[in-house]
Design a protein around this ligand. Structure first.
Ligand SMILES: [Zn+2]
Length: 97
């Protein structure tokens, strides 16, 4: 099993729940990717491998970083909303790749 960043999973979950709560936020892939990248840059990665004890580790990491994750995601959303990319699908709905 490849090592992966637990924080990334937690940030993705947080982003999904925030997006569900606030439909006004742009849901396009470009904005979501930008928000994820910005938020992840603010939180140190927590890499894990394998499945043994993973649930326990995940809960511990989730509890420890919960506040940081919530804050990083909302800051990232604000940054992207104020400064959306030209490639944002909402700004350019007619643009085809
Ligand atoms: Zn967008």
């Amino acid at each position: 099993m490849e090592p992966y960043n637990l924080i990334e999973n937690l940030v993705k979950e947080e982003l999904t729940s925030v997006l569900n709560k606030y439909p006004g936020i742009c849901h396009c892939e470009q904005c979501q990717a930008d928000i994820l990248a910005l938020a992840l840059n603010h939180i140190p990665p927590q890499y894990v491998t394998g499945t043994r004890g993973l649930e326990l580790t995940r809960d511990m990491v989730a509890a420890k970083y919960h506040e940081q994750i919530t804050k990083a995601v909302s800051t990232a959303i604000n940054q992207v909303l104020q400064n959306p990319r030209e490639t944002c699908k909402k700004l350019n709905p007619t643009t085809t790749p």
